[in-house]
Design a protein around this ligand. Structure first.
Ligand code: RAM
Length: 335
């Protein structure tokens, strides 16, 4: 075979391979996971789960994205661009349940399946919401851990949350307040709620503010993985370990050192990898016409089994798991 013939055979083969590659990409189900903000370890773990689901399904292209700061405005911009890219599904952790409704509706009008997970969009703007756990259970858990941190003695407690608009934190705080109204938590007094916006530096400054303006503070409860780390750091830096305890929702990988230092006795979380995995699986089922979001529906979610849609188009995963000095190191290797 002449050199030129060999070359043209080669380039023809190359073109065929390229064409096949493009076709395969075009046939793929495009699922975009839009998180509250990038650079948050919790969402990195959810992304891991999403990638595992995409790999198992085989025909999924997973796009992982979100704004740099957790605002609804920035998230709307991201979603707008995903609509232009003609994704098949959006899996959103919302920075504001109401502000995202119009853009989510626009996406749905164009045939894009929109579901929310972690932090929900209001029912009009999504086909379903996947909660990591039962909301009341999370609220009670937060109150229980705060009480345990005081050794049952009670005293002043404060909450350091994410953004003031975060759907999930606001629901959990409301549920925690309901729990605190019960006689068994009568010795705990909630003195303040502040917002660190899921930014490490702002959360740290807010935690310092709480410590300095409440000299009798016994516990900071941070129902956010960003806020809990910043609070523990503030307690350590202010040399208040043993006097003020931090608890809330955190990642074992980010909390192990603070449990060791004594700033944190216990904290809780669910598996964020499973959450991202399930949300991706659910989005796929909607795209494939295997789910509609109606109450009672059971949706196939791979290794997580079937997920059942309850009232308001919501579904919930497992109970939060508690971590302390006895198990935090072991789980720190996973998430
Ligand atoms: C932060 C985010 C997320 C929340 C966790 C517990 O990472 O606010 O939405 O679910 O904390």
């Amino acid at each position: 075979m002449s050199i030129s013939k060999t070359l043209s055979t080669l380039s023809a083969a190359l073109l065929l391979a390229l064409a096949a590659g493009t076709a395969a990409a075009a046939d793929k189900v495009k699922i975009a996971m839009v998180v509250k903000s990038l650079g948050n370890g919790f969402f990195d773990a959810a992304h891991e789960g999403g990638k595992a689901a995409a790999k198992e399904l085989g025909d999924v292209e997973l796009i992982y994205t979100g704004p740099t700061a957790p605002t609804a405005e920035a998230q709307i911009e991201v979603i707008n661009s995903l609509i232009s890219q003609k994704v098949d599904a959006l899996v959103i952790s919302a920075n504001d349940k109401d502000a995202l409704v119009p853009i989510a509706k626009r996406a749905m009008q164009r045939g894009i399946k929109v579901i929310s997970f972690d932090s929900g969009i209001a029912p009009a703007g999504r086909l379903m919401q996947l909660n990591p756990s039962n909301n009341a259970l999370i609220g009670t858990k937060l109150a229980e851990m705060a009480s345990a941190a005081t050794g049952g003695a009670g005293g002043d407690i404060a909450i350091l949350s994410a953004t003031a608009q975060a759907t999930n934190q606001n629901i959990w705080i409301a549920e925690m307040k309901k729990a605190l109204a019960k006689p068994e938590f009568g010795k705990l007094k909630l003195v303040n709620v502040v917002y660190g916006d899921d930014q490490s530096d702002k959360s740290y400054r807010e935690a310092l503010g709480l410590l300095r303006s409440n000299p009798n503070l016994k516990v900071i409860v941070a129902p956010t993985t960003v806020g809990i780390v910043a609070s523990a750091k503030a307690v350590a830096d202010e040399k208040l370990v043993g006097k003020v305890y931090v608890t809330g929702l955190g990642l074992p990988s980010e909390m192990a050192g603070h449990v060791k230092s004594g700033a944190v006795k216990s904290f809780a979380i669910w598996n964020p990898i499973d959450l991202g995995y399930s949300a991706t699986r659910l989005a796929y089922a909607f795209v494939k016409g295997k789910a509609s979001g109606k109450q009672g529906e059971q949706i196939e979610a791979g290794r997580m089994g079937k997920i059942t849609i309850e009232g308001d188009g919501e579904a919930a995963m497992a109970a939060p798991f508690t971590y302390d000095a006895s198990n935090v190191e072991q789980f720190a290797k996973i998430f």
